[in-house]
Design a protein around this ligand. Structure first.
Ligand SMILES: [Cu+2]
Length: 386
């Protein structure tokens, strides 16, 4: 399939049209220094634009071959998509990587070659270089995995005004908070746009061509953006419980998922994204309480994984954390959706042979009032919904 092909000339024409249109509406054209001087802020990008673009972080990390990786030097003049995450994450991290791999897989060779996807682990203890390399390769072998000492990783996060990575939970199945956003750095060295985990493949496809083709050399003369010293974050609304169903790249809407009924409880659209090797698996579904009495989802289980738990993702200040959830209240007449970036079931140590696209996993859901119900849940690849 043909990728997005935006030439610099096409983008200039688009910008001229947009500026003429805004002038005709009586609004002063924003971010313009002179005639014909395009500014990144004028670009019709679909990602969330930063209020104040930030420079690339000045940190030296380690790649998965153990070599020193100077972030600024290695990425200079290129389009860099930076994400902080960890490979044991069941939800946002694999979604971002799968969506990016799908979008880049469709892109022109020239666009793909101009973009670096850089994944910095926030869990250096479990994400060994070997594991990081293998996990990323399941998405796209060109993705760069980076690690570092806790001090260096904290320094990299602090550049984006995030606290050091923080663990929750005890034992080997702890989770780690991390930023929900992918930061897109363009060849001018700045980040003008960010992307949340609910970014569909189509948006990436659209924006990647534009990030690549924009005449950044003409912008370079404009100088540092005002307010660069302030926080560059704008609210993206990503990863909140209010996410629209189907807005997630990996959430298929056309194919019906597993469904079941017990008492007043109707379960629909259940699906499991096929997890990368050695990673936990997530469960997404919709639960409607068709009765007038309140009920509660008190547990879930499967014989095909070591453990099944319920989680809630919370995004505060752009930092996503996963919290275990003892139960999920289901008020009478309400519908609750387990969606990427909001609620999910999680299967630790899933049976690899059974958690494959096209397979079905039997999951038992237990409700305080309605009782237990077994759902045959289809496993699909993350990019199955594009
Ligand atoms: Cu994650």
């Amino acid at each position: 399939m043909a990728g997005v092909q935006c030439t610099a000339r096409m983008i200039r024409r688009l910008l001229t049209l947009a500026l003429v249109a805004s002038a005709a509406c009586g609004e002063p054209p924003a971010n313009r220094d002179g005639p014909g001087q395009p500014r990144p802020g004028d670009l019709p990008l679909r990602g969330t634009k930063t209020i104040a673009p930030m420079p690339r972080p000045d940190v030296v990390l380690r790649d998965t071959d153990g070599r020193a990786w100077d972030f600024r030097a290695e990425t200079e003049g290129r389009t860099t998509l930076l994400f902080f995450g960890y490979t044991y994450c069941p939800d946002i991290c694999p979604i971002h990587m799968a969506t990016l791999a799908a979008a880049l897989g469709d892109a022109d060779v020239e666009v793909h070659a101009s973009v670096d996807v850089v994944f910095v682990t926030v869990d250096p203890e479990r994400d060994t270089p070997e594991r990081l390399h293998g996990w990323l390769a399941t998405f796209d072998s060109s993705f760069v995995g980076l690690t570092g000492t806790p001090e260096v990783l904290a320094e990299a996060l602090a550049h984006f005004r995030y606290p050091p990575p923080e663990r929750s939970g005890a034992g080997p199945v702890y989770t780690v908070g991390h930023p929900a956003l992918v930061y897109a750095f363009t060849p001018d060295g700045l980040t003008h746009v960010m992307y949340g985990p609910d970014t569909p493949v189509a948006v990436w496809r659209h924006d990647l061509g534009m990030l690549h083709a924009f005449p950044w050399d003409e912008v370079a003369a404009v100088g540092a953006p005002e307010g660069a010293a302030t926080s560059g974050l704008s609210t993206s609304g990503s990863g909140t419980a209010g996410a629209t169903e189907g807005a997630i790249a990996g959430a298929p809407t056309a194919t019906p998922g597993g469904a079941a009924r017990v008492g007043d409880i109707a379960v629909t659209g259940a699906w499991i994204p096929a997890p990368p090797p050695g990673s936990p698996a997530a469960l997404y579904l919709t639960i409607a309480n068709l009765g007038t009495s309140a009920d509660t989802l008190t547990g879930l289980s499967t014989t095909l994984a070591a453990e099944a738990t319920l989680h809630r993702m919370t995004t505060v200040g752009g930092m996503t954390r996963m919290e275990p959830l003892a139960n999920l209240p289901l008020p009478g007449g309400d519908t609750v959706r387990l969606l990427p970036g909001a609620f999910h079931g999680m299967f630790s140590e899933p049976d690899r042979a059974r958690f494959q696209p096209g397979a079905t996993v039997g999951v038992r859901l237990v409700f305080a009032r309605a009782g237990a119900v077994d759902v045959a849940v289809p496993v699909r690849s993350y990019d199955g919904g594009r």
